[in-house]
Design a protein around this ligand. Structure first.
Ligand code: AMP
Ligand code: ZN
Length: 114
């Protein structure tokens, strides 16, 4: 998608601090970190949100979850604990309409805070 910033990151047109990549999934640091560690995991195909992705690319969701799991095993994330969040729609706080999963890790995360 031409005007999607996450598609531009996938295409290398916008810089990002990439922390994980495989054939299907890309992950990078959130530019406005909300925790000690704050990453975004995305699929390399464009779907606007979780609901669209369930219909159009359900396998992609599993690929993202596997990537998060693999990354958490390779780093201190699993040991520390982490939270996975996805926002659907503006009322839920979604601001980028390319499905993404926030992965947050800190000493203490508020129960439902981002
Ligand atoms: P959401 O508000 O749930 O749609 O999440 C979008 C996230 O993308 C926000 O936490 C932003 O800080 C983050 N973000 C926006 N632009 C960039 C960028 N160029 N690089 C990294 N993270 C970004
Ligand atoms: Zn996109």
């Amino acid at each position: 998608m031409t005007d999607c910033i996450f598609c531009k990151i996938i295409d290398g047109k916008i810089p990002a601090e990439i922390i994980f990549e495989n054939e299907d999934v890309l992950a990078f640091r959130d530019i406005q970190s909300q925790a000690r560690e704050h990453f975004l995991f995305i699929h390399k195909t464009h779907q606007k949100d979780l609901v669209e992705m369930v219909h159009e690319n359900p396998d992609g969701l599993l690929q993202i979850m596997k990537a998060i799991s693999e990354f958490s095993n390779k780093t201190k994330l699993k040991e520390n604990g982490f939270r996975v969040v996805t926002n659907v729609g503006r009322n839920a706080g979604q601001s980028v309409f390319h499905t993404h999963f926030h992965v947050l890790s800190d000493n203490h995360l508020g129960k439902f805070g981002k």
